[in-house]
Design a protein around this ligand. Structure first.
Ligand SMILES: *[C@@H]1O[C@H](CO)[C@@H](O)[C@H](O)[C@H]1NC(C)=O
Ligand SMILES: *[C@@H]1O[C@H](CO)[C@@H](O)[C@H](O)[C@H]1NC(C)=O
Ligand SMILES: *[C@@H]1O[C@H](CO)[C@@H](O)[C@H](O)[C@H]1NC(C)=O
Length: 300
């Protein structure tokens, strides 16, 4: 759609809810950055879009606005964008002349079976209530479904069949809530699900080795083949798992790895920086491991 409209010389704005998704789309940025959506948001919030600016003009000129991963964003953020667009387009925000998003055509992508808005300390109800489907804007949406799975190739799907239910159908059923729940123990609510045995890699004794060799079959013959490597990946729950998998895979490759170290220093406004430095020596900083921050030592 994007390519087609651009070929016709139309302006299309592309945003995504997360930075990762934005990097995967051409000329995209996050919705919060592009539309200046406030981070602290309430029922009356609007975005900081001033009339007469290049941003306001790009909204006026846009034939289509594509917003990927819409289900992740709080409904109040859409409502703030709605208010701001009405302002830019000179459309009244209330009354019979109101038009959602100031009359702009919006394409909101995403799947409500995936990540809903994240609200600190909230339960299921609050997350669902924060979703776009609970906004007045939802009444103006037309739902179009994409039903062919583009992520899992059909060959893989057929191979992993399990009593009539294959991997794709099973994941859809999980998202649909139609897989029966199980109780973890007596007196517990049935809010666990059981993964069919056939979808699991039996890796009881050597999980790292078995996982690696199931995904990277015949690795020794192919580790230098770029297409082989780009066709495969392993997603893990924790950073520690990544580190362990990486060092295992690397140990299989002949030759010496190149080792890179993180440079850790303490930045402080403290009146007594020397005492802090003594309390937090570099050797200690080196041991810290955070989300979004590389490990102290990376072997490539
Ligand atoms: C989703 O759930 C509904 C009701 O439980 C069921 O009728 C439908 O077949 C399910 N669809 C999938 C893909 O599992
Ligand atoms: C490299 O990997 C691709 C994809 O797995 C495969 O089709 C191709 O034959 C491999 N090339 C060589 C030289 O092994
Ligand atoms: C992944 O990491 C978690 C927590 O660090 C650990 O409990 C689990 O055993 C790891 N899994 C594997 C396959 O190493």
């Amino acid at each position: 759609m994007l390519a087609h409209l651009k070929e016709l010389g139309k302006v299309v704005l592309v945003v995504a809810s997360s930075g990762i998704a934005a990097t995967l789309l051409p000329d995209a940025s996050t919705a919060h950055s592009r539309f200046k959506i406030p981070l602290e948001i309430d029922h009356a919030s609007s975005c900081n879009i001033k009339k007469g600016t290049p941003l306001a003009q790009s909204i006026i000129d846009a034939a289509l606005i594509i917003w990927d991963e819409a289900p992740m964003v709080h409904r109040l953020s859409f409502e703030a964008v709605d208010r701001a667009f009405c302002d830019v387009m000179n459309i009244p925000f209330i009354g019979q002349h109101y038009r959602p998003f100031g009359g702009k055509l919006m394409l909101l992508g995403g799947d409500f079976r995936q990540t809903l808005p994240v609200i600190a300390d909230a339960g299921r109800e609050e997350s669902v209530d924060a979703s776009l489907t609970r906004s007045y804007l939802w009444n103006f949406c037309n739902v179009l479904s994409l039903i062919q799975n583009m992520v899992v190739p059909s060959s893989l799907n057929e191979r992993e069949s399990y009593s009539g239910m294959n991997f794709v159908d099973w994941t859809l059923a999980v998202g649909n809530g139609s897989v029966p729940g199980k109780a973890f123990s007596d007196n517990q609510p049935p809010d666990w699900i059981e993964i069919p045995q056939s979808l699991l890699i039996d890796a009881a004794s050597e999980p790292i080795q078995t996982t690696a060799s199931q995904i990277y079959t015949d690795f020794m013959a192919h580790f230098h083949n770029v297409s082989y490597l780009t066709e495969r990946s392993i997603i893990t729950p924790t950073n520690r798992n990544v580190t362990e998998l990486n060092s295992h895979m690397l140990s299989l490759v002949p030759g010496q790895p190149r080792i890179y170290f993180r440079s850790d220093t303490l930045h402080t406004d403290s009146a007594d920086p020397e005492r802090l430095e003594a309390e937090y020596p570099t050797e200690f900083l080196n041991t810290l491991s955070f989300n979004g921050c590389p490990e102290h030592q990376i072997d490539l």
